[in-house]
Write a protein that binds this ligand. Structure first.
Ligand SMILES: *[C@@H]1O[C@H](CO)[C@@H](O)[C@H](O)[C@H]1NC(C)=O
Ligand SMILES: *[C@@H]1O[C@H](CO)[C@@H](O)[C@H](O)[C@H]1NC(C)=O
Ligand SMILES: *[C@@H]1O[C@H](CO)[C@@H](O)[C@H](O)[C@H]1NC(C)=O
Ligand SMILES: *[C@@H]1O[C@H](CO)[C@@H](O)[C@H](O)[C@H]1NC(C)=O
Ligand SMILES: *[C@@H]1O[C@H](CO)[C@@H](O)[C@H](O)[C@H]1NC(C)=O
Length: 662
């Protein structure tokens, strides 16, 4: 949507109002006669500024959508009949280094998507109220549930508890964050009608134990001290955890996909004098590597459960209504009690949501719109559904240039390269001004004389996936399917071994390159001990423990990618093995359109579009395409850089449809 279109839209909207006596907008209706009160939770009913309201809300994360599309997506949501949205706030992006905050004006790779104020203002302009969920823990299939990795530098930290080290950092952050939004509360003329305290705290540990309520009270106090006056609430699955994650006196809400009856009946027992709300009606579900794309509830069950929700006169927030994409290395993961014990989430956050990753309408969108229209007793002006953003399969582009692994390592700034006595987790590396390495890959390097056949062992587990290189040459194979999880290189095996063949005579450079596949975002306290890299035990070669290593971080930050030099001409049919950086530049003319990069011919790695890290790819799927929204392109020369771990393909192939394997 261009600025001009937007202004025309507003003008025509005003004109229509004047001409045909259309119903009022949500804001006109709920602020008529001035704002005297915010959202109230009365017995059986919410009220906003003295008027009954049922919340029809949908989750959208500003940090998962390019800002040029915020208005477009929000308007599609409003056009479905929603009167509200919800967003989480990711601490790890807003405070990427201890004490350094970024609300859109930083010089970080994701600064572009971090202007929370602007997002909240656009939501209001698009006639949507806002439920804000700052966490600080946000689950959300997001790296470490949104917690910054530098917290892990405190060896004894107990995150999500009233541990003073943790709460000290939460306070520093919340003081900054809440100052950004305090004047955007509904009672101050803004969009925020409610703020959530923590997130599914009842699921943090045993389901039947009452959790650390001092910590919840600390968050509440922090909100209040920072001027938050709107309704505060918690969310959990009450049929599973009861009120163990709640703060007495504050509204409890329910999270679920199936069986709304069980959740709401339990909630009514626990809280008979409050209105019902599904804070997260799981409209779909996320995907993980080696899995299949399911999309969660099918449209029939989605429809059935939504009808049940409405039959309880409940309010609802669809999680997600529009998932978008998990950019960069920001995906989370889950621990599971069975093999392979850890599941890393893909970069697409399509979620099977009513609006797809690319903002397209789905059957669930239609169902939502229909059922809200039936349930809603307050007539407000609903905009027309915006037309689809066209998708295009651009002609394939030949890879033109590359940088070898050795060239890449040589361009890592020396102040990031450290000598370590033995294996050390990435967070503990003495780099980045005391913040360690947060994301990406870490190279553990040792110069030694390798025998022609040498036995490598890594004691303990690899966090999460390792490649072995000798003198810059890849020795590990591209993983083929889930069988790979039984072999060397994956987190699954303790004390795994690998036979290195064919090392040249003389001194060799042995590199164990370990990729962080994303920190777990859900589970009990033990699941929040999440160091990455190698640290559980030493590396042995032919039974001898290696010491005095060099640690080289491959953080793959945008600024670094864009500053790379020494590109060599790429020759076709050469079978260039990774790790390798590849580049293609190509001209695009207006109109720029959305597209998908089909990575099925590639192995494992990351995609950068004009320097922006759109996400990871992995040929086993289920995510085969990376969505590229048009605003990441520009008229004229464009550049796509691929970091490939195993074997370079020769073409960038585009698609006009997503491929998520079911
Ligand atoms: C739909 O609901 C039925 C009954 O609750 C259940 O048996 C079925 O597995 C559900 N299907 C999906 C795709 O969720
Ligand atoms: C829902 O609200 C309607 C209208 O106010 C009322 O007639 C009905 O009894 C309510 N249903 C429940 C389950 O509370
Ligand atoms: C949604 O409804 C519209 C209008 O009735 C229809 O054209 C479209 O095909 C439907 N979409 C899906 C995915 O069912
Ligand atoms: C891994 O090796 C270490 C050190 O040699 C040993 O203590 C541990 O028991 C081994 N673990 C397994 C699962 O074999
Ligand atoms: C590249 O790999 C393909 C498939 O394995 C093989 O057919 C081809 O001969 C290789 N080319 C070179 C130059 O090694």
């Amino acid at each position: 949507m261009t600025g001009v279109n937007f202004i025309l839209g507003i003008l025509s909207l005003l004109f229509l109002h004047a001409k045909c006596q259309l119903p009022p907008t949500v804001y006109q209706y709920y602020t008529e006669g001035g704002i005297n009160s915010g959202l109230e939770a009365l017995p059986g009913q919410f009220r906003l500024n003295g008027k009954d309201i049922t919340l029809y809300s949908g989750s959208i994360h500003y940090f998962r959508v390019v800002p040029e599309y915020w208005r477009d997506r929000l308007r599609r949501m409003r056009a479905a009949g929603l009167n509200a949205i919800d967003t989480y706030v990711p601490w790890n992006l807003h405070e990427p280094r201890k004490g350094e905050f970024d609300f859109g004006a930083g010089n970080n790779e994701f600064s572009k998507v971090l202007n929370l104020r602007e997002f909240l203002q656009i939501a209001q302009e698009e006639d949507l109220l806002v439920i804000l969920r700052p966490g600080p823990y946000i689950c959300s299939e997001w790296e470490f549930g949104g917690l910054p990795s530098w917290l892990l530098r405190y060896p004894d930290i107990k995150v999500r508890t009233s541990d003073l080290v943790f709460t000290g950092h939460v306070k520093t952050y919340f003081d900054q964050l809440l100052a950004q939004v305090v004047d955007l509360q509904f009672t101050k003329g803004g969009s925020i009608i409610a703020v959530q305290i923590e997130n599914e705290y009842g699921s943090f540990g045993n389901f039947d134990e009452i959790k650390d309520r001092e910590y919840l009270a600390f968050i509440r106090d922090n909100y209040v001290e920072n001027g938050i006056e709107e309704l505060l609430l918690t969310c959990d699955s009450p049929a599973l955890v009861g009120d163990t994650g709640s703060l007495p006196g504050y509204l409890m809400t329910a999270n679920f996909d199936n069986n709304p009856e069980a959740q709401f009946d339990r909630l009514l027992e626990l809280q008979p004098d409050k209105p019902l709300m599904a804070m997260e009606f799981w409209a779909g579900w996320f995907d993980y590597w080696f899995g299949t794309h399911t999309g969660g509830l099918n449209p029939e069950n989605f429809s059935k459960h939504l009808s049940t929700i409405f039959s309880y006169n409940a309010s609802v927030n669809f999680y997600m209504f529009h998932g978008g994409s998990t950019f960069g290395f920001m995906n989370g993961a889950n621990k599971i009690p069975v093999f392979p014990s850890y599941l890393s989430d893909v970069s697409s956050y399509d979620y099977g949501a009513p609006l797809s990753e690319a903002g397209d309408y789905t059957e669930k969108y239609n169902v939502t719109k229909e059922l809200i229209a039936l349930d809603n007793e307050v007539q407000t002006f609903t905009p027309e559904q915006p037309p689809l953003n066209p998708k295009i399969a651009y002609p394939a582009v030949q890879i033109q240039e590359y940088l070898t692994y050795v060239q890449l390592i040589n361009q890592i700034p020396l102040d990031l390269v450290t000598e370590i006595q033995t294996v050390t987790n990435m967070e503990a590396l003495d780099i980045n001004n005391g913040n360690g390495q947060s994301y990406g890959l870490t190279v553990y390097r040792k110069k030694l004389d390798l025998a022609p056949t040498a036995e490598l062992q890594i004691v303990g587990h690899i966090r999460d996936v390792a490649m072995v290189l000798v003198d810059g040459e890849q020795k590990t194979q591209k993983p083929q399917g889930s069988g790979a999880l039984l072999g060397f290189g994956f987190w699954t095996i303790s004390n795994s071994t690998f036979t290195i063949e064919g090392a040249a005579a003389g001194l060799n450079t042995l590199d164990v390159v370990v990729e962080n596949w994303g920190r777990v975002n859900f589970g009990g306290p033990a699941y929040f001990e999440q160091q990455k890299g190698l640290f559980e035990g030493p590396i042995l070669v032919d039974g001898v423990e290696l010491s005095d290593l060099t640690a080289i971080p491959l953080e793959l930050k945008s600024n670094w990618i864009q500053g790379l030099t020494g590109w060599q001409a790429f020759e076709a049919d050469r079978n260039l093995t990774g790790p390798v950086m590849l580049r293609a530049t190509f001209e695009l003319a207006e109109p720029l359109q959305d597209t998908f990069l089909d990575m099925s011919a590639w192995g494992r790695g990351s995609v950068f579009v004009n320097g922006f890290h759109v996400g990871r790819f992995f040929h086993v799927g289920p995510q085969i395409t990376n969505y590229i929204p048009a605003p990441l392109f520009k008229q004229g020369l464009n550049e796509i850089v691929i970091f490939e771990h195993y074997l370079a393909a020769e073409l960038l192939v585009f698609s006009d449809v997503p491929i998520l394997r079911g």
